[in-house]
Design a protein around this ligand. Structure first.
Ligand SMILES: CC(C)=CCC/C(C)=C/CC/C(C)=C/COP(=O)(O)OP(=O)(O)O
Length: 287
């Protein structure tokens, strides 16, 4: 059993999360965030959560513990982002290519995902989070798909922060899906118009963008990749044309509040470039 799980095998979130919101550490964090808010705060932060297995290996922990710790790190990050005033967080939780991994590992990650859905349901009530799943959900088990859809429906009216979990996702699949849906839509419209006259049959960028899995959120301002790599690994390729890339050497389970502060400071440093991108920055008056 992993050190992050209790005797019944459940992730020990209560204590860990409880400690986040009380005491002097929480006070220090809030002071730090207050100072950080003197500068521009990114509206949307996306993360490639790399290095979970390396973390477990380095610490000589059981297999799977790295992903447990990674899931906890994401819950922590959500709270930090909420406190800082970041409105959108997107996490690359499982790519379509990850299905090629050892079946046992895939099953463990899927079980963790199911468990995370329940944890997120509780967290979303406390913080009024909206949870959105982006990806080819047909590739997931019926149970996980059902739980994910239920969580999306139950949190659809929440507005403090939108968490998008990219699962069974690759951006090339997302683009293909959006083009297919656009073609279907255009064919339907053309079919309704007998002679095809007056019908706009040409597929435009807006048609494709409308059908992207990520259409419900604005493009990211920052993509953070942990584990020391710079690759995008088929994550948000369409949406990342103007975004700031940040590669952190730390493995994902060890990503903490100070890493987030560093990334935001780095973003603020490049503010002059980002300021050219209209609406990229949260209006501090409202944040
Ligand atoms: C709440 C929620 C949605 C939880 C998601 C759980 C989680 C952290 C999933 C990450 C899965 C994954 C394949 C990460 C990449 O690290 P890796 O396994 O490739 O590690 P490595 O780079 O050390 O090999």
């Amino acid at each position: 059993m992993s050190f992050l799980r209790n005797k019944t095998g459940m992730l020990i979130n209560e204590d860990v999360l409880g400690r986040l919101f009380s005491g002097w550490t929480s006070m220090l964090r809030k002071c730090m965030f207050r100072v950080l808010r003197a500068g521009p705060i990114p509206r949307h932060v996306a993360i490639i959560m790399d290095g979970n297995r390396r973390y477990a290996k380095r610490k000589r922990l059981q297999e799977g513990t790295g992903h447990d710790a990674g899931a906890m790190a994401l819950l922590y990050l959500l709270v930090y982002c909420y406190e800082l005033g970041i409105k959108y967080v997107t996490a690359y939780a499982f790519s379509i290519d990850n299905f090629k991994r050892n079946p046992e590992e895939v099953q463990k990650i899927m079980d963790l995902m199911m468990e995370s859905v329940f944890l997120l349901a509780r967290l979303s009530k406390i913080y009024s989070l909206r949870v959105h799943f982006a990806g080819n959900l047909q590739l997931l088990s019926a149970d996980l798909r059902k739980a994910a859809k239920k969580l999306m429906e139950n949190t659809a009216d929440n507005s403090n922060l939108v968490l998008t979990i990219c699962v069974s996702y690759t951006c090339s699949d997302e683009i293909l899906h959006a083009i297919e849906e656009s073609c279907k839509e255009k064919t339907k419209i053309a079919g309704r118009d007998d002679r095809g006259q007056g019908t706009d049959r040409v597929i435009k960028l807006v048609d494709i963008e409308k059908h992207m899995y990520m259409a419900v959120v604005p493009d990211p301002d920052i993509i953070i990749r942990t584990g020391g790599e710079w690759r995008l690994s088929n994550f948000l390729l369409w949406q990342s044309c103007c975004c700031h890339l940040s590669s952190i050497f730390t493995v994902w389970p060890e990503f903490g509040v100070l890493h987030l502060v560093w990334v935001v400071l780095d973003f603020q440093h490049k503010y002059t470039y980002f300021a050219r991108k209209k609406n990229a920055i949260v209006d501090l008056g409202n944040g």
